[in-house]
Design a protein around this ligand. Structure first.
Ligand SMILES: [Zn+2]
Ligand SMILES: [Zn+2]
Length: 161
């Protein structure tokens, strides 16, 4: 995941990126992800603007049933590489790298973009039944006798008075 800013074509070109990245997002998030995507590179001599998106694939536990599954998410990627170290630039979510020549390693910047795009809740499938709150069995695989009603029938009876 490197861009050689010395040999990069002038103007606009496409660049494929792929590889494995390590994430440090903590529990419930994948440790390593496979990343694949493409970026448009704008070479303006002292400034390189990289923009595109990547697909990240990693194994995580489902937020409802805790079963491990392969989760795929898309992450927008925007990176600016500046040859001039003096000029600071604040670009919000855009990662700004400073390097005057040679190969620029993009993996850390892409890791940042992929981490930012990781959703707060991840479930193995839309209709995942999750675990029973009472006995803890996986309700995708088994059913149990536990009552699911939140409303205590005694109170429901009072409501009807
Ligand atoms: Zn699930
Ligand atoms: Zn149960």
């Amino acid at each position: 995941m490197k861009l050689d800013i010395d040999t990069q074509d002038w103007g606009q070109s496409e660049m494929e990126i792929s590889g494995d990245l390590r994430l440090e997002l903590g529990e419930g998030c994948p440790q390593t992800v496979q990343v694949q995507g493409s970026l448009t590179v704008d070479n303006l001599e002292n400034r390189f603007h990289l923009k595109g998106s990547v697909k990240a694939t990693g194994d995580i536990p489902c937020g409802r049933c805790l079963e491990t599954f392969t989760f795929v998410w898309k992450a927008p990627v925007e990176i600016i590489i500046l040859r001039n170290i003096d000029r600071g630039e604040d670009q919000g979510d855009t990662v700004v790298l400073h390097q005057s020549k040679g190969l620029v390693d993009l993996s850390e910047a892409v890791t940042e973009c992929v981490s930012l795009a990781f959703p707060l809740t991840t479930i193995c499938r839309e209709d995942c039944q999750g675990l029973c709150q009472t006995c803890g069995i996986d309700r995708n695989k088994q059913s149990c006798e536990c009552k699911e009603e939140d409303i205590d029938p005694r109170w429901a009876a009072l409501d009807n008075l």
